[in-house]
Write a protein that binds this ligand. Structure first.
Ligand SMILES: *[C@@H]1O[C@H](CO)[C@@H](O)[C@H](O)[C@H]1NC(C)=O
Ligand SMILES: *[C@@H]1O[C@H](CO)[C@@H](O)[C@H](O)[C@H]1NC(C)=O
Ligand SMILES: *[C@@H]1O[C@H](CO)[C@@H](O)[C@H](O)[C@H]1NC(C)=O
Ligand SMILES: *[C@@H]1O[C@H](CO)[C@@H](O)[C@H](O)[C@H]1NC(C)=O
Length: 860
């Protein structure tokens, strides 16, 4: 009987819940007078509790079957059962880039990590009571689909650890009236079943065992002012908690805030989904686990196509076409774009007629989406829709504000095209129900009868853009057709270096498509334009001139890495002329460290670099922490104008292995000789293992790689002069020092080794000491602020005279005392080269340190 046995944290039970609990318990507490009576009391209690539990169980069953129905459809017309392709989900390490390193970075977290299933992350739930998981992914990457699949699995009893799963929509935040309680939020606004039993009872059960509740917030992108959402004054929340009953009501925002701050339903598991920019990076601070949807691999694209094309002939030709169209294939990495591509492929186009840019992909779809209808009429409606789309892009919104009135015809047109979709925020209905409801509303409005059809339901209906890509496309059409706003479509207006805030995805897309339309789709635009042909041509030419001039006037050295990448994408949509112009101006050293690279990004970048090559230019690439796929690395390495590159060591080794297996000597040669790792700053524990792997290859100890190209070792290892361990969250400790000691003697060029603040103790330093004497060039060694005591200091002292190049040693802020300090000082006498030996710490007895320092001024 979970409700009686589980104890709720103090304060988490609302009045209602306490009442529900105590009414079930009342017979237990009431004194029994007389045996017979007592017997019947106990009997009543058992009957009560069993029927109560049965009702809750029934409710959960009903909720599950409701959830099942809701989640069957992935998108309109696509069944999750037949079309779902398991996306790759990666667990990311959360770590913040140091403040000084890259102030302009959009990203606060690194992009490396192991593949993990979301499921695993939820299953490893035990033990940790406070769990908050953030699922990140850009538009169209399949966050919602993944969540639906999760809910579907729950409804089929896949997650027995959760009695309740509540699915809330970030758009609920647009409901600003203070009319909700936690109970109505969970039972009315979430997509749980319509109540078939006493909601109070269900709610009491939820509160009694929050550990058995999974609360999902899908789509935090609509979030405004998230800082304040996460920092509501403590006292407000306490008030909220105490008063959360039916008498007191709140806004959705207040309730979300209290849940996120773990004041309401503490102990429940939270799953939030968001795009990485904006809200996503703010939420990071609150989460225990970070997952990212990584999109489709080549294999998943194939699976998706197999599901999509049931006709074998069509499927075969679609595969063929996609293979022949490289960029389109790269775009299919994004599931939503993959679907758009399928819709184009469905028309059985020849490979020449396939879209070559994003703009063309959307364009082909727009024409396909737009259903018959009167030409001129639909042109006007389309333009109105385009204006609305641009309004939304400007306001960072994927839904149409509830107070924005739109002509019914436009709504119907947008819904007919499948671009707008009515969504009920109050207890999600099926899509069918929503469409009917909206139809009723539209009819109701057009009749102007003021009939109050389902007014409560209609109030909570909003129109959302079904696809961020199409919304951006329409916005771009609007900008291109309208003279005045066109200038807003040119990116990097200010050129201001570090003040740039990350742009909303839709705006970036819109800007790209604007140039795409400008150069490739003249006829299509003219169709929408009311000017004569000559005027139209002149307008286009002058705008192309503006765009070229704008790009020429950019100060490339002031662009942050993410902007350089954005520019490559932008120019790829446009013309060869702009692309050549860009290629001439790209900085020679391109450091993308921390900027996420998707497959289409790689494609556009490669295109720009290749053009640069044609202009006789060479480049150095830094692709660390970009999440670039190995196939992407390989594509870039196939260019012959890359002088050197950096990337995740483990990925590069995988690339070498692939190249060795496929016998691509020339590529392997380049990928080995151009790879470099100096200066290496290890920021995560796994980096040590990666380095170890690389050194093993260098030493010809690797079983996978034994190619003659590597016979003389790995150039990157030989050229490593500086190695730093700056691990923010974890430390290397003795174990890591052990591992490091094993590879040190191979790093023969090492000049600087910085192991400060790594919790290394005597055991670790002993191992290190033995290896250190084999480093002929090491001149700076920092072991500052570790846990070395006298024993460790003595082993260091023993090797000190054998270190030929050492000039600086720092063992300050360790745990050595007089004995250790004295042996180091003694050893120092034989080391003429050493200029400074820092060793002060408060454990060295008073007087000892001062005396040593007087004897040898190099001691600090
Ligand atoms: C797309 O349009 C073509 C002709 O323009 C039509 O034959 C095809 O059925 C349409 N496809 C869809 C999915 O509407
Ligand atoms: C949209 O988002 C950008 C960047 O996130 C922000 O600078 C801008 O003020 C937002 N606009 C609105 C209307 O919220
Ligand atoms: C590497 O070692 C293997 C045996 O482990 C040996 O057969 C091979 O010749 C070595 N390769 C080079 C290039 O030294
Ligand atoms: C070693 O690394 C730490 C942390 O990054 C840094 O503060 C310190 O200045 C470095 N020391 C040397 C000698 O480079």
């Amino acid at each position: 009987a979970p409700i009686l046995m589980s104890s709720s944290p103090p304060g988490s039970l609302s009045d209602t819940a306490s009442k529900a609990v105590s009414s079930s318990c009342v017979s237990l507490r009431s004194p029994s007078c007389g045996e017979d009576h007592g017997h019947s009391q106990a009997f009543t209690f058992e009957t009560n509790i069993f029927s109560f539990l049965k009702r809750v169980k029934d409710y959960i069953q009903a909720a599950k079957s409701h959830m099942y129905q809701l989640c069957l459809e992935m998108e309109e017309g696509l069944s999750i059962m037949s079309h779902y392709v398991d996306p790759h989900v990666t667990q990311r390490e959360i770590y913040r880039l140091g403040k000084s390193t890259n102030k302009c970075s959009d990203k606060e977290f690194s992009i490396t990590g192991r593949t993990h299933r979301l499921k695993n992350s939820l299953h490893s739930n035990e033990g940790k009571s406070r769990r908050c998981i953030l699922l990140l992914g850009n538009a169209g990457m399949g966050k919602t689909t993944l969540i639906k699949k999760l809910c579907l699995d729950w409804s089929r009893d896949s997650f027995p650890q959760f009695d309740f799963v509540f699915l809330l929509d970030g758009k609920g935040l647009t409901l600003t009236e203070p009319v909700h309680s936690l109970q109505t939020l969970l039972l009315d606004l979430s997509s749980i079943a319509p109540c078939c039993v006493d909601p109070d009872e269900v709610y009491a059960q939820v509160l009694a065992a929050p550990k058995r509740v999974l609360l999902i917030f899908d789509g935090f992108d609509e979030l405004r002012d998230y800082e304040s959402l996460l920092q509501t004054q403590e006292k407000d929340c306490v008030t909220l908690l105490q008063k959360d009953s039916k008498m007191q009501t709140f806004t959705v925002r207040q309730l979300y805030s209290a849940i996120l701050q773990r004041l309401l339903l503490p102990g429940c598991t939270l799953l939030l989904s968001s795009r990485p920019r904006g809200a996503g990076s703010q939420l990071l601070r609150r989460v225990d686990a970070l997952l990212e949807v990584c999109g489709f691999t080549s294999d998943s694209i194939e699976t998706y196509l197999t599901h999509y094309f049931t006709d074998p002939d069509l499927r075969a030709s679609a595969f063929e076409c996609l293979k022949s169209s490289s960029y389109l294939h790269h775009l299919c990495w994004n599931p939503a774009l993959c679907r758009l591509a399928c819709m184009v492929l469905e028309q059985g186009r020849s490979s020449e007629d396939l879209p070559r840019t994003l703009t063309e992909l959307y364009d082909k779809n727009r024409h396909n989406l737009s259903k018959n209808g009167d030409e001129s009429d639909s042109k006007d409606l389309l333009l109105q829709l385009c204006a609305l789309a641009w309004e939304g892009v400007k306001a960072n919104s994927s839904s149409i504000p509830r107070d924005r009135t739109i002509p019914t015809k436009v709504k119907v047109f947008g819904m007919g095209m499948g671009i707008l979709h009515p969504q009920n925020l109050r207890r999600r209905l099926s899509n069918e129900d929503n469409r009917n409801l909206e139809k009723k509303r539209v009819e109701g409005q057009s009749e102007k009868k003021g009939k109050d059809i389902n007014s409560a339901d209609c109030k909570d209906l909003i129109l959302v853009w079904t696809c961020a890509f199409l919304q951006s496309y329409l916005a771009a059409v609007h900008l291109n057709v309208l003279d005045r706003s066109f200038l807003q479509a040119l990116p990097f207006q200010t050129g201001a270096k570090c003040r740039r805030r990350p742009k909303k995805e839709e705006l970036e897309l819109t800007q790209r498509i604007v140039v795409g339309l400008l150069y490739h789709k003249k006829e299509k635009l003219q169709h929408l334009h009311s000017q004569t042909e000559t005027v139209f041509r002149n307008t286009l030419t002058s705008r192309q001139g503006l765009a070229a001039k704008h790009l020429a006037g950019l100060s490339y050295s002031n662009l942050v890495p993410a902007q350089v990448l954005e520019l490559c994408n932008y120019v790829y949509e446009a013309s060869t002329k702009l692309a050549t112009q860009l290629a001439e101006n790209l900085p020679e050293s391109l450091r993308f460290n921390g900027v996420p690279f998707s497959p289409p990004d790689v494609f556009a970048m490669k295109d720009a670099l290749r053009r640069g090559g044609a202009e006789g230019r060479n480049f150095c690439l830094d692709l660390e922490n970009t999440g670039i796929q190995i196939s992407g690395l390989r594509a870039l390495m196939s260019l012959n104008n890359i002088n050197s590159f950096r990337a995740c060591i483990a990925d590069v080794i995988s690339l070498w292995e692939q190249l060795e297996q496929s016998g691509e000597e020339e590529l392997l040669q380049g990928a080995v000789s151009k790879f470099h790792i100096h200066p290496l700053k290890a920021t995560q524990v796994c980096h040590i293992a990666h380095l170890e792997k690389l050194v093993n290859i260098h030493m010809n100890k690797s079983s996978q790689l034994s190619h003659s190209i590597l016979a003389d070792g790995v150039p990157a290892v030989k050229d490593l002069h500086k190695l730093e361990f700056d691990l923010e969250e974890s430390k290397i400790e003795d174990e890591g020092a052990d591992k490091l000691a094993m590879v040190l003697d191979s790093l023969t060029s090492l000049e600087v080794l910085n192991l400060s603040q790594n919790c290394i103790g005597d055991h670790g330093v002993k191992k290190l000491a033995l290896a250190l004497k084999d480093l002929p060039k090491l001149h700076c060694l920092s072991l500052y602020s570790n846990e070395i005591s006298d024993e460790g200091a003595e082993s260091l002292a023993a090797v000190l005279p054998q270190m030929p190049s050492l000039t600086q040693l720092d063992v300050g802020y360790n745990k050595l005392q007089g004995v250790g300090a004295q042996s180091l000082a003694l050893s120092l006498r034989d080391c003429k080269k050493v200029k400074t030996l820092r060793m002060w710490n408060q454990c060295i007895p008073y007087g000892v340190f001062e005396r040593l320092q007087r004897q040898d001024s190099r001691i600090l």
